[in-house]
Ligand binder design. Structure first.
Ligand SMILES: [Zn+2]
Length: 376
């Protein structure tokens, strides 16, 4: 018996300390205390001569084990040889679930007046980072730079998995008088219970036989409107592909309007229709998809030009008339002395296309959406 012990002691202190574990020694491989793993954990307890007692969450296991179920684990290894004992205990997690997509605490608005600040909705065990464009953003900081911004959110769990999200918004400091808002409201909601407009870039196609003056009017209107609209109108002479959003402008004699589906009277008493605008297709989530403008080519050039501008305003969603304002391009009857929009016409269009005025809004909601921008 004594010889045997002596032999082992020599063995373990001699060669053993260099190449082998002492009999009671063991090394846990594949996991570290406190770590979280997003993949399978290949646990391996390397042992000396003595087989240690190994338990995982209280259940005995062998020296090798693959852990492929998510959960919290406690590994206990205990080994004893004679008077020498070694115990080790460690906890770790296997979790292959990414964090939830990060969201802001409050649903953001499309636009803010002067400043905006954001907080993230926090989940336990998740760290959040945000950048505004390329710069780091600290939650709660005030953003005051006018214009369009994108806030990028990254959620990271301790298993290293991430989820991303981003929000686009504007700091918009244009203000309106209560009168301007009321003018819009009276003008717009007398003919429609809810807001409709284009939402994104729109191609303007020309058909038929426009005069060069018609084309330059259309082009200059488009150029001016692009300074005001939150997207671009693009003039195209030929139909190329199928754009998502379009306005088709047909130059044709008024007596051919019925071929385009116009079923009204061209001449009614002492009035003659020389231009028509119809919204052909619109969807709640998409906004207006297509509208058609008909311009009578037999009419006098000086009347045709303001008619183009008038119908373009209708096609963009301003479907009413300013019945009592003769200086407005949206006065129902064409007047060759009024060639272009007045300030009120442009304000009305600007309000329709305000980022916080959204498709489907009814009157009350509309009035609320602009509260921050109304100055008296
Ligand atoms: Zn009209």
């Amino acid at each position: 018996m004594k010889k045997y012990i002596l032999l082992v002691v020599i063995f373990s202190f001699g060669i053993g300390s260099l190449y082998f574990l002492e009999p009671h020694e063991f090394v846990v491989k594949g996991v570290k205390d406190g770590d979280v793993y997003a993949e399978d954990v290949n646990l391996h307890v390397e042992t000396g001569l003595i087989q240690p007692s190994i338990t995982l969450n209280g259940k005995e296991i062998h020296t090798k084990k693959t852990i492929n179920q998510n959960g919290s684990y406690t590994l206990k290894v205990k080994s004893r040889f004679l008077w020498k004992e070694k115990r080790e205990s460690m906890t770790f997690k296997r979790d292959d679930e990414p964090p939830l997509k990060p969201v802001l605490l409050e649903e953001p608005k499309n636009a803010y007046f002067q400043s905006a600040s954001f907080q993230v909705k926090e989940e336990p065990g998740v760290k959040y980072k945000a950048t505004l464009g390329k710069d780091p953003y600290l939650f709660g900081d005030e953003i005051t730079t006018e214009g369009k911004h994108t806030l990028y959110l990254v959620a990271e769990k301790d298993n290293g998995l991430v989820a991303k999200n981003d929000y686009t918004f504007k700091i918009d400091n244009r203000t309106y008088s209560q009168q301007e808002v009321d003018t819009f409201s009276d003008f717009y909601f007398k003919n429609s219970p809810e807001i409709w407009k284009y939402k994104s870039d729109t191609v303007v196609f020309v058909h038929g036989n426009p005069k060069p003056e018609d084309v330059s009017r259309l082009k200059s209107d488009i150029q001016n409107l692009n300074n005001l609209l939150p997207f671009n109108l693009k003039y195209e002479e030929k139909i190329t592909g199928l754009p998502d959003r379009r306005i088709d402008v047909h130059f044709m004699p008024t007596y051919e309007f019925n071929q385009m589906g116009f079923d009204g009277k061209i001449i009614d008493g002492n009035r003659k229709i020389i231009g028509v605008a119809v919204i052909d297709e619109a969807y709640r989530s998409f906004g207006i998809k297509a509208s058609t403008i008909l311009i009578g080519t037999e009419t006098d050039q000086q009347e045709r030009l303001p008619t183009i501008t008038h119908e373009l305003m209708h096609a963009l969603g301003l479907h009413s008339h300013f019945e009592t304002d003769r200086s407005s391009i949206l006065y129902p009857d064409v007047n060759s002395n009024v060639q272009t929009w007045n300030e009120k016409d442009l304000k009305t269009l600007e309000i329709l296309y305000h980022p916080n005025v959204t498709i489907g809004m009814e009157k009350e909601e509309f009035l609320n959406s602009l509260k921050d921008w109304v100055t008296n």
